[in-house]
Design a protein around this ligand. Structure first.
Ligand SMILES: *[C@@H]1O[C@H](CO)[C@@H](O)[C@H](O)[C@H]1NC(C)=O
Ligand SMILES: *[C@@H]1O[C@H](CO)[C@@H](O)[C@H](O)[C@H]1NC(C)=O
Ligand SMILES: *[C@@H]1O[C@H](CO)[C@@H](O)[C@H](O)[C@H]1NC(C)=O
Length: 773
């Protein structure tokens, strides 16, 4: 029940919201309007002054009530200073979305480019592609702002939590299960969105703001009665150090993200939004974070309401602001900060600290420099939204992500001239919206796989077979009848957002309902082996397809975005050679005996706990991390391994390379600084033996001398995507830092180097690096 005092305190902020609309409409959607003589001369409007000085000037002009009003995701206008309202919450997971509050597709811009859902984009193993997508998103976001359709430029993406458990409903939003990949994804995407160069050189100013979420160890939504709002993730120091934190560290240190979102869950008993060790000491202190920290939506209120972590709402507000959170998605802080101050739990200085971070980001975005037309990026217009270049990029991303899981004796690609009739079957064949996954905006245009295939083969007929993806009812008979009467059959099966989504994890890894029986029944009667296209984010146990000769080829298409229908058809008909590789392990159904709540990465053979991800899982996966076939065959050869770029000559004394090609390092006499300077260059020759041109991603793994104390079975240390013509050879150079890439994290979090033979592995090829630690 709300006390009378609290109710009274609400009045000032309500008043602000109820101002006559004539006053509100007089405020343009940007601060420091040069045509407004009463506000344009404030020091906070002077773009030539340092941001800190401008921020302090602005804050010094605000009353306490005005200050508190700014601490929610909907920050109201402050008309007397010419400040418009600001919406902190916008989304841009794989294209600018209107799922948050800041973006409106209701003006001259009515759609934006919808790239594939992140899990598919990840499968390209191509950081430059991730960067280009980020860049396109930043541009479209600016265009929306310049067109008056964005009330904010702070986007709550990327989602870089590790895809730890295959049942996670939001795993689809992430770049997969590997910390190095998630780190590279974060860096590339953030640099693109924010306007930095691919190499990380600062651009002229922030184009849009990206946000690393959900900080940290958040990867349960709703499973078996466990809710994300109250889940306490029990995480070891070791797992935190080498699995959960690396993507966030990279996102901040190298991506230079200007936003972080703290999550709903607790980590080892402390709500992340209330953890000053995490927000202030680690992110701001150790990693040098410069930006704002938002809570997930209502994550402050859950600390009191769901978690009973504090005695009162005021304590929840005080503890989060003191820990380093700056803005709350929701109204809880706006509602209780004043009483928290009156109760002596919070000081005005705590609020000023948060406001400094908030206004600094708005200023860095150029939102206090007058009309958008006159600021940096003011020349980006609506023509750049859904441009042909962006739409082509969406197609390229879908093509490059699609993974060929199985291909019986070159069954694919199909040849148009040889397919006289086509049967398209399945609940995912003809639904444009399912291609987009979640957190999408209205796409520029979108064709379903069925619509595209009808253009490839005139005589194409369609039967859904199942009424929905859940597939409890359907018309298997009709599908069987169609299958027996056509030349070729393509099945579009898998999952959609009714089965895996935010706030909803799966209980099961099998295909839902009667899907498997539909596939096998259709395959049994078809004239030729059938082609199965799986559209889903998380993995499904499709072991049954592996040895079934009636199932000729299997493709995984994730949620491929607006151009996904076309990309799939191009792969099926050999206009594009698939080169995607799985960014996650596909586990067998028996994995579900593992409680999703068990955060341990490492296996525990004594208790039968199998471990998680390709680094630690000790069972046999259905398809392993990195699996992905091509219409061509590729081979590798370690060409040379050389030590390069030694900054300190005297350190060469610690390294030798003998005749058998093994490289040895004696690190025992080396200082830490010298060790960090050490670089190793591994040259890999890659050859495309044909018959088709194609992209190919080279994955370089490390195997350590021993597996004790939770050392990973293998660990991705570098990857690179290249384009090779049929018959072409190329060299890829991987530059590693042994003292960074070879270290292992101990149970107590310490990083150690092992003595002995380390192997760099690419495909079946190995190279030995011998270390004396
Ligand atoms: C678009 O939607 C926003 C939010 O609902 C609203 O404030 C704005 O007036 C709308 N614009 C137009 C042109 O309808
Ligand atoms: C190079 O290594 C030597 C020996 O450890 C050390 O004394 C010297 O300071 C190092 N030089 C640089 C530039 O780091
Ligand atoms: C090369 O170095 C490795 C590792 O130090 C050693 O095991 C091997 O015997 C050496 N080979 C020769 C020919 O010296």
């Amino acid at each position: 029940m709300r006390t009378q005092r609290e109710a009274l305190l609400l009045i000032p902020s309500i008043l602000l919201l109820l101002l006559p609309s004539s006053i509100l409409s007089a405020i343009p959607p940007f601060s420091c309007d040069t045509s407004n003589p009463s506000t344009k001369d404030y020091p906070f409007c002077k773009a030539t002054l340092p941001i800190e000085q401008r921020v302090d000037d602005l804050i010094s002009r605000l009353s306490l009530v005005e200050k508190i009003s700014q601490l929610g995701d909907r920050a109201p206008p402050i008309p007397r200073l010419g400040l418009p309202g600001y919406k902190w919450w916008s989304e841009a997971l794989h294209g600018v979305s209107d799922a948050g509050r800041g973006i409106h597709y209701n003006g001259s811009i009515s759609a934006g480019t919808s790239f594939p859902q992140v899990i598919l984009t990840a499968a390209s193993f191509n950081p430059l592609l991730w960067y280009r997508i980020g860049e396109a998103i930043g541009t479209e976001a600016r265009a929306l702002y310049n067109a008056g359709q964005a009330e904010g430029l702070t986007f709550w993406a990327p989602n870089i939590n590790i895809f730890r458990d295959p049942r996670w409903g939001r795993g689809q939003e992430t770049p997969g299960e590997d910390p190095l990949m998630a780190s590279k994804y974060a860096i590339s995407y953030v640099r693109g969105v924010q306007g930095d160069s691919y190499q990380g050189d600062g651009g002229a100013g922030l184009k849009a703001s990206a946000c690393c979420k959900h900080f940290t160890a958040y990867d349960i939504d709703r499973w078996n009665g466990v809710l994300r709002y109250s889940f306490n993730a029990k995480v070891s120091v070791q797992d935190l150090e080498d699995t959960y934190q690396p993507p966030f560290k990279s996102c901040v240190e190298e991506g230079r993200a200007t936003g972080i979102m703290c999550s709903y869950n607790q980590v080892n008993g402390v709500p992340t939004c209330a953890d000053s060790n995490l927000l202030t000491k680690t992110a701001r202190g150790l990693w040098g974070f410069y930006g704002y920290i938002t809570s997930d939506c209502d994550a402050v209120s859950v600390i009191y309401t769901n978690q009973k972590y504090t005695r009162t709402p005021e304590d929840a507000v005080a503890i989060t602001l003191k820990a380093g959170m700056d803005v709350n998605c929701g109204e809880y802080v706006q509602k209780y900060a004043y009483s928290a101050i009156k109760q002596g739990k919070l000081s005005e200085n705590d609020i000023n600290r948060a406001l400094r971070n908030l206004f600094a980001v708005r200023m860095r975005l150029g939102l206090f420099n007058g009309s958008p037309k006159h600021v940096l990026y003011g020349d980006i217009t609506s023509i750049q939204v859904c441009s042909s270049a962006h739409q082509y990029l969406a197609l390229e991303a879908a093509r490059d992500g699609i993974v060929l899981l199985k291909n019986l004796e070159g069954f694919l690609p199909l040849s148009k001239s040889k397919v006289s009739s086509l049967g398209v079957i399945g609940p995912n064949a003809n639904r444009a919206s399912m291609l987009l996954g979640n957190y999408y905006g209205p796409p520029c245009k979108s064709n379903t796989p069925l619509q595209v295939l009808q253009n490839y083969v005139k005589n194409t007929r369609f039967v859904a077979g199942c009424d929905t993806v859940i597939c409890n009812s359907g018309h298997i008979d009709e599908a069987v009848k169609l299958a027996s009467s056509v030349d070729y059959v393509i099945l579009f099966m898998g999952l959609d957002q009714t089965v895996e989504r935010e706030d909803f994890d799966r209980e099961d890894l099998a295909l839902p309902g009667m899907q498997q029986s539909l596939i096998t029944n259709v395959a049994r009667v078809a004239k030729r082996p059938v082609i199965l296209v799986l559209l889903c984010g998380g993995p499904v146990d499709v072991s049954f397809v592996k040895d079934d000769e009636k199932i000729g080829s299997v493709l995984w298409g994730g949620y491929p975005g607006e151009a996904g229908g076309l990309a799939i058809a191009e792969v099926l008909f050999g206009e594009h050679n698939p080169g995607g590789r799985l960014p996650l392990t596909w586990y067998p159904q028996d994995f579900i005996r593992v409680p999703m709540t068990d955060m341990r990465m490492r296996a525990d053979p004594a208790s039968g706990y199998p471990g998680r991800t390709y680094r630690f899982y000790n069972g046999k996966p259905v398809f392993e991390f990195g699996h992905g076939l091509s219409y061509s065959t590729f081979s590798y050869k370690f060409k040379s391994i050389a030590q390069s770029h030694l900054l300190n000559k005297s350190a060469t004394a610690f390294q030798s390379s003998n005749k058998s090609g093994i490289i040895s390092y004696d690190l025992s006499m080396m200082s830490t600084a010298e060790c960090e300077m050490l670089k190793l260059s591994a040259m890999v020759r890659v050859e495309n033996h044909g018959p088709m041109d194609g992209k190919h991603s080279v994955l370089l793994f490390l195997r350590r001398p021993s597996l004790v104390s939770g050392r990973a079975r293998k660990q991705l240390v570098a990857f690179e995507s290249l384009s090779l013509k049929a018959g072409e050879r190329a060299h890829v150079e991987f530059v590693l830092k042994p003292c960074e890439h070879f270290v292992h994290t101990e149970e107590d979090g310490r990083k150690v180097m092992d003595d002995g033979s380390h192997f760099l592995v690419v495909g079946e090829e190995k190279f030995e690096v011998s270390i004396i630690a």
